[in-house]
Design a protein around this ligand. Structure first.
Ligand SMILES: [Zn+2]
Length: 409
């Protein structure tokens, strides 16, 4: 393992960014493609064969000693959000390369083939859909669904792909078979404050939390704020405010189960200092790893809505936007990672991931694992995102130990 080499590569890839604050390496832009090409060259220099599939996933492969064995794969992503940070995604990609480089330096050839996968379009920033590359690879997203997507500049997904010489017509070829991979592991920054707050070095992920998302519309009556007495009002914002606080308290009540509940959007109409709000629109994200706990939040929310309608004489409609299931990591690999981390005297804990990652799609087909390294102040998707090189190296070294252990199974 070479700390300086990893540090240098992180800096090099930080230069693949459009103008703006922090990192702007948006999916299917020239700068992101250039970063992928650079990564492919680095992999080739380590004796790997490289290819880019039709959706833009990069797959770098190093043959093992024995023919016909399934692959052990490491992977993450190189695309970023707008004005994002240096470490999200990049750590897992550079980490994979460092594992292969260090094995080469030691003259170790594994029994199984090794792959590094750079997933395409992990961030939802451009098309509103996250982890597109891994979803297509595991047959969870079709060309038909992708064809309807447009970015903020009205560029269709298909046009974005073809601008990078990729083709939606061939995406059937991206899908991989269950038997191809023996194991998949993703190394990633935590993007939350837990490891840093608890002064830990490694998080072994047990499960990826899944969001349930709702849109709530409160319909009151817009009226003059000066002439409408308090008792005649149907104030949509006041009703919505009760909902916001209720949703927060439900999240707090269920927090022992790692459930969280957030109102991230609240817009009101007509919106004037002298007008009682007639309409309020809320968007709610409830997520967790314990689906029963998450359901309790939803059920109580629906009860609250029912009561509030009568109390405040407003109409409230709730629409479910999406509801996903949490994804557990492989139990045997969780224990293996804990054991390997303890052997290295890393300060480690088991934890769930509140954010989605490519591993959640891979885990549906392949035995999968995930390692977190700390994020300074828990900040992510932000130019201030930071993880020190010592912590990154611990994560990479654990990923290497994992790969060697799985190879010997
Ligand atoms: Zn990421």
């Amino acid at each position: 393992m070479n700390k300086e080499r990893v540090k240098h590569l992180i800096e090099v890839f930080g230069n693949y960014s459009f103008e703006g604050e922090g990192i702007n390496r948006i999916a299917y832009t020239n700068v992101e493609t250039a970063a992928k090409h650079h990564f492919m060259r680095l992999c080739m220099a380590q004796g790997m064969t490289v290819r880019m599939d039709a959706i833009g996933n990069v797959i770098a492969r190093k043959d093992g000693l024995k023919d016909g064995l399934p692959v052990i794969a490491m992977g993450s992503h190189l695309d970023s959000v707008y004005d994002g940070g240096l470490f999200d995604g990049l750590v897992g990609v550079i980490g994979g390369l460092e594992v292969v480089t260090s094995l080469n330096e030691q003259g170790i050839i594994t029994n199984h083939p090794i792959e590094i996968i750079v997933f395409a379009c992990e961030e939802s920033s451009r098309f509103g859909v996250s982890t597109i590359g891994s979803k297509v690879m595991t047959n969870q997203l079709s060309a038909k669904e992708l064809l309807s997507l447009k970015d903020r500049n009205e560029i269709s997904f298909e046009d974005a792909l073809s601008s990078q010489n990729l083709s939606i017509e061939k995406i059937d070829e991206v899908v991989r078979n269950k038997s191809e991979l023996k194991a998949f592991i993703e190394l990633h920054i935590e993007q939350g404050p837990i490891l840093e707050k608890e002064q830990l070095e490694i998080g072994v992920v047990t499960s990826i939390a899944a969001p349930a998302r709702y849109q709530i519309k409160v319909l009151g009556e817009a009226a003059h704020s000066g002439t409408t007495p308090m008792e005649y009002r149907k104030d949509a914002l006041a009703a919505a405010s009760e909902l916001v606080l209720k949703i927060e308290s439900l999240g707090i009540k269920e927090s022992v189960y790692s459930t969280v509940a957030t109102v991230g959007v609240l817009s009101i109409k007509p919106g004037g200092m002298n007008i009682i709000p007639g309409e309020a629109l809320l968007q709610v994200d409830i997520r967790g790893i314990d689906m029963e706990s998450r359901n309790r939040v939803t059920e109580e929310l629906i009860e609250t809505i029912f009561l509030l309608k009568n109390q405040r004489n407003v109409e409230i409609e709730i629409i479910k936007l999406s509801e996903e299931q949490s994804v557990p990591m492989d139990e045997y690999y969780i224990d293996l990672l804990l054991m390997l981390a303890e052997k290295n005297n890393f300060k480690v804990k088991k934890m769930s991931s509140g954010a989605g990652h490519d591993v959640m799609n891979m885990a549906k087909l392949f035995k999968s694992a995930m390692i977190f390294v700390p994020s300074k102040y828990g900040i992510s998707h932000n130019p201030k995102e930071y993880t020190c090189i010592q912590e990154i190296m611990k994560g990479i070294s654990l990923m290497k130990d994992f790969l060697l252990a799985v190879d010997k199974e």
